[in-house]
Design a protein around this ligand. Structure first.
Ligand code: DX5
Ligand code: ZN
Length: 218
């Protein structure tokens, strides 16, 4: 059976109370931290000094999703904080192989993200350099958007390529994941699920995590 990991996105949490918001998701597999710079995406969230503090107080490992333009310059510093995984967008990197190796050398799992319209095929040879592939299921930048079904065939093709090459690579999906869409993504081959509004938008984020887990298990 396929595994199912739930990484709630703190983008939908109360930014004035992040320590308490992390405590509410202590049954999660990791906390997903969306870093946005208002250049790669039209939104701005938080950066290194805040993530450094979150790493110190979080009851679960941190999974950083860097939606920033100058990712070759900044991503290694996130790995140096001791985060569990650091994911960069391939559209923003001029040297993705070098960057993935730098992240791993610093002890972080290396993740590479694709926007919804970015195909997987040009990057198949890079997969052995990675621990995780993030397939965006909405346009990055904002929480609360609807799952883009058009991305499901890409999840399927990525899973087939990973299996064909006998690689140990997680496929993370991010955007519009609900109790309903999670099953579609899981059936296509995703095994790590980011959910913002469908966790923090519920009265009990911990219960919401368990409900998603049930939907993501095949
Ligand atoms: C969007 C972020 C997501 C966001 C998902 O750019 O990368 O992590 O928090 O939010 P939901 O789950 O509400 O679509
Ligand atoms: Zn994200």
């Amino acid at each position: 059976a396929q595994t199912c990991r739930i990484n709630p996105s703190i983008l939908s949490a109360d930014f004035a109370n992040l320590e308490a918001e992390l405590a509410r998701i202590s049954n999660a597999d990791a906390a997903h931290v969306d870093v946005m710079d208002n250049h790669f995406v039209p939104n701005l969230t938080l950066g290194l000094p805040v993530v450094e503090r979150l790493q110190k107080v979080s009851p679960v490992p941190l999974d950083a999703h860097l939606m920033i333009a100058e990712v070759d310059r900044w991503a290694p510093a996130y790995a140096d904080l001791g985060l569990s995984s650091v994911t960069f967008h391939v559209e923003a990197s001029s040297a993705p192989i070098k960057l993935a190796r730098e992240l791993r050398a610093r002890g972080a799992k290396a993740g590479m993200a694709l926007r919804p319209a970015t195909p997987i095929e040009p990057y198949l040879d890079i997969l052995p350099e990675l621990d995780m592939l993030l397939i965006m299921t909405v346009e990055p930048g904002f929480g609360g958007q609807s799952f883009l079904d058009v991305t499901v065939p890409k999840i399927r093709r990525a899973r087939a390529a990973i299996q064909g090459a006998d690689l140990d690579l997680a496929i993370q999906v991010d955007g519009g994941i609900t109790e309903e869409t999670i099953t579609r993504a899981a059936e296509a081959g995703a095994d790590v699920f980011v959910a913002g509004s469908s966790v923090y938008g519920k009265p009990s984020p911990a219960d919401a995590i368990e409900a998603l887990r049930a939907g993501g298990l095949l």
